[in-house]
Design a protein around this ligand. Structure first.
Ligand code: B3K
Ligand code: ZN
Length: 875
């Protein structure tokens, strides 16, 4: 096998040829599809003398090729690997190609594919080249006209981007539809669909009074599950008008839901394609979290219409320009729709669980990567979630008004263009007058900065000094990094729980109660004056920067912050720090077989939070959820799988036992017999109730948990109880699983929950059950949702079973990666990253994982994406 090549940002050049117009004719038949493409091409004025026209093509059978009506012979072009080269082209010409493709056997779910009775496309990042020959790069922007032809009875619905301009019947029971997109776009935003789908219709009137038709296409049996998604879309459209003055720009907005999708959803211009899990919901089948995720993802794809589509990327290295910004926008949208603090906490949880480990592993990359082998591997938590944190920091430094001015300037300058991250930063800088020179390092330096804070109080001068030190760790290909500019949103709290004015040395007027310090040196001190007694600092409020903070807080101080910090995020963070310190502090004792004990003040603090009568119940639930085993592992230099598991179980069991009465009382208090409603308060009540159930199950008989399961009237309560039951080694567990399956076997999305609950179970024998479930008739290795729910959930969400000492968990993952390599390389690569942290474990486990990585690497016909993950892991 020839080693795949790495592409570098430094080699980027604008294209030599632009494609102004694209006319596609897609003729779909059962066993093959013919695609005829007519491209209106113009040589760029900057093109080098004699530069050939290069087109990408993957798994295409070239049937015809013509330039300006003249059929080319084989001497006129070369077709090598995945590149079609046309030398000696004139300044402007028309290129026509006809290719044969096979969507019906395309299991990669990229390009045009057939799944569950529907033909559909996924072109980002490089899927368009599987449909036709094209310069498949985001800086080539064209006007599209697309005609889809298929059998009318089987595929009555024919869609593509933009507006329907013509449709009609053809011979042999076939029909066609022609769509035209008035906006120029890169090929990755192309989409088309042919299927037999139900259509739910609605409409939205924009701020300027234009009526937009909204169309949701789903399987016929799912037509009653679109309401929430439609409402979410309307809310997104209104929010973007109010918040950023951005209106939708076409007369129709279509969403197609499919059960077979590699990602969450795709923002194709005017024709979004969604993983059905982010569209379909009703209270009996979807949890509160599902409803919230749908709102977030619908918003995310809608917001891309401006951040991504109207202003797109000049190359894939800039992916965070659209993804980081759009994640920031969807986070803000969800915060405005629900509870800001609750949303912030769950976003930070995701960042810490997924991005921090990535930043510390073999695939660590800056939010604007410098190189890649397979672009699909860079749809990462770093590009998306850390990317959003970088935008949030700009927002924090500039303030909301200047940030909005920056957004306006960005659109004014770049609407209709394909640009780089730099253009965004420049617009922000120019609109605000704030110098972001040092800040730009966030785009080029990988690794999570570690910020250590030292505190000093001088009782005589009443000065309080905070000294910050930062260390940006080395990451693959990057060492000796420069200090980053870090916003530290902070306050000082007096012993009475009251905030203290923050007057910096040299300032004459009394300072505010909260401020943002800009820390951008290796070490920097900030001295506050007029501080009467030693305060407790509240630092990085709202998680103001994606860093790990190290402060030598005592247990007493963390308990104080947990109860008194006016910043809800920091209250939660103090609780998490307290739990993490407690659990990790026990790991050595577990190893030495010592008796463990839990501190009384901690138990009292938990009780105080649990029974607090004014705190938001969702915040209580978040604060009292123990950090996961994965998060705890990430805080250790060498991950002790068994020690973490035992210590965490001990803390949970002890809290359950000592506060039995309180868990029970709060559980009862949160009960609700009324109809299901989706307001924040009801969601909060269900969250806290579920948390109580997890503790109660540790001390009460399984029968009570089973009763909670059996009496549930919505999926949130039902799944919460089932999840708790799944950890119990009791007959009630099996019984509930059986009942759940019988009730929901016809609903594939609910079955995903059934697979996942069993995959993440702590019960003995989980690996064996997961392997048996992989043979279950409802499991399908070709369906990414099923793979993620069963194998993905086991390998990433069940560390204690996955890291079994006999290596059988690792075998399951390696076998799955090897099988998927031949079916769906993009999902195979994603799964392979489950081994990325292998060097953080004990020697024995390291050896076992390394052997599996090598086995994968030696697989024949290894896809470039899988190669990239495993070869980087093995360095
Ligand atoms: N832009 C798509 C991601 C497509 C994934 C390609 N492997 C979804 C999103 O971020 O909105
Ligand atoms: Zn996105």
């Amino acid at each position: 096998m020839t080693e795949p090549v790495e592409k570098h940002l430094k080699d980027y050049k604008r294209p030599d040829f632009n494609v102004e117009t694209v006319e596609l004719h897609v003729d779909i038949c059962e066993t093959e599809t013919h695609v005829t493409a007519t491209l209106g091409v113009a040589k760029s004025p900057e093109a080098a003398e004699g530069a050939p026209f290069l087109l990408d093509g993957k798994e295409l059978e070239l049937l015809e090729i013509e330039v300006d009506g003249r059929t080319l012979s084989e001497v006129d072009y070369t077709l090598e690997g995945e590149v079609l080269t046309l030398p000696g082209m004139p300044e402007a010409f028309s290129l026509k190609t006809k290719v044969k493709i096979h969507p019906e056997t395309n299991t990669s779910l990229e390009g045009l594919y057939f799944a569950d009775g529907t033909f559909l496309t996924q072109c980002e990042a490089e899927g368009f080249r599987r449909i036709t020959f094209f310069p498949d790069r985001p800086d080539v922007m064209s006007s599209y006209r697309c005609t889809v032809v298929a059998d009318k009875a089987k595929y009555p619905v024919l869609l593509a981007n933009g507006n329907l301009v013509e449709e009609g019947a053809l011979a042999d029971g076939r029909h066609f539809a022609t769509w035209e997109d008035p906006h120029k776009k890169p090929s990755y935003l192309f989409a088309m669909v042919a299927g037999d789908l139900a259509c739910r219709k609605d409409s939205f009137t924009t701020a300027s009074g234009r009526e937009v038709a909204l169309r949701f296409y789903v399987d016929h049996q799912d037509a009653d599950k679109c309401e929430h998604a439609i409402e979410s879309l309307k809310k997104s459209m209104a929010w973007d008008e109010e918040t950023f003055g951005l209106e939708y720009d076409l007369d129709i907005y279509m969403v197609v839901a499919t059960h077979s999708f590699n990602a969450g959803a795709m923002e194709n211009k005017g024709l979004n394609v969604f993983n059905s899990k982010y569209v379909l919901a009703k209270p009996e089948t979807a949890t509160d979290t599902d409803f919230q995720n749908i709102e977030g993802v619908i918003g995310h794809e809608y917001f891309h219409n401006w951040t991504g589509n109207r202003v797109t990327l000049c190359n894939w290295f800039q992916l965070s320009l659209k993804e980081g910004l759009t994640v920031f926008r969807d986070q803000e949208f969800s915060s405005d729709m629900g509870s800001r603090a609750v949303k912030r906490i769950s976003d930070v949880r995701v960042l810490r669980a997924a991005q921090f480990p990535e930043d510390a592993g073999p695939m660590a990359h800056p939010i604007r990567p410098e190189s890649y082998i397979e672009m699909n591997n860079f749809y990462t938590a770093t590009v998306y979630n850390k990317g959003a944190e970088v935008i949030r920091m700009i927002h924090t430094f500039l303030g909301p008004d200047a940030f909005r001015k920056g957004m306006d300037l960005y659109f004014e300058r770049h609407d209709g263009g394909a640009v780089a991250c730099e253009e965004f930063v420049k617009a922000m800088e120019d609109a605000s007058g704030v110098d972001l020179t040092r800040f730009r390092l966030w785009y080029s330096q990988a690794g999570t900065p570690k910020v250590t804070v030292d505190r000093a109080y001088d009782a005589e001068t009443k000065h309080y000094t905070l000294t910050f030190t930062q260390a940006v760790p080395d990451t693959p290909g990057q060492s000796n990094k420069k200090p980053m500019q870090i916003p530290v949103k902070m306050g000082l709290i007096g012993a009475d729980g009251m905030p203290i004015p923050l007057t910096l040395e040299g300032e004459s007027a009394q300072g505010p109660l909260e401020r943002v310090l800009s820390f951008s040196a290796n070490m920097e001190s900030f001295t506050f004056t007029g501080v009467e007694d030693e305060p407790i600092p509240s630092l990085f409020r709202g998680f103001s920067a994606p860093v790990t903070k190290v402060v030598d807080f005592t247990e007493e101080e963390l308990i104080f912050l947990m109860g008194n910090d006016p910043d809800p995020f920091n209250r939660w963070d103090a609780a998490q720090q307290l739990f993490a310190d407690t659990i990790l502090g026990m790991v050595a004792d577990v190893r030495d077989d010592k008796k463990l004990s839990l501190s009384e003040p901690l138990v009292a603090a938990v009780k105080k939070t649990l029974t607090h009568d004014t705190l938001d119940k969702a915040l209580i639930a978040q604060a009292l959820t123990l950090p996961s085993e994965t998060e705890l592992g990430d805080r250790m230099a060498h991950i002790d799988v068994d020690g973490i598991h035992a210590a965490r179980e001990f803390v949970a069991d002890t809290l359950a036992e000592k506060l039995k009465m309180s868990w029970r009382a709060v559980f009862e208090e949160c009960a609700d017999d009324g109809p299901y409603t989706l307001d924040s308060e009801s969601i909060a009540r269900r969250r806290l109730k579920s948390l109580c159930l997890t503790y109660l199950a540790r001390v009460e008989t399984p029968i009570t948990t089973f009763e909670a399961f059996a009496s549930a009237t919505n999926m949130t309560d039902e799944l919460a109880a089932l999840t708790v039951l799944s950890d119990l080694d009791a007959e009630e567990s099996e019984k509930a699983m059986g009942l759940f399956y019988e009730a929901w076997k016809a609903d594939t999305l609910v079955l995903d929950k059934w697979f996942m609950t069993q995959a993440t179970s702590k019960r003995p024998g989980t690996l064996e059950r997961v392997k048996a479930l992989a043979e279950h008739p409802d499991f399908d290795i070709k369906n990414p949702n099923k793979v993620r729910s069963l194998i993905g959930a086991f390998c990433q969400g069940n560390p204690w079973h996955f890291h079994r000492k006999d290596g059988k968990g690792y075998d399951l993952l390696a076998d799955t990666v090897i099988t998927l390599n031949a079916i769906n390389p993009s999902i195979a690569a994603r799964m392979a990253s489950g081994f990325n942290r292998w060097k953080r474990y004990d020697e024995e486990r390291q050896g076992l994982m390394k052997a599996r990585l090598e086995r994968i690497k030696n697989t024949e016909n290894l896809a470039s994406g899988v190669f990239e993950i495993v070869s980087k892991a093995l360095i």
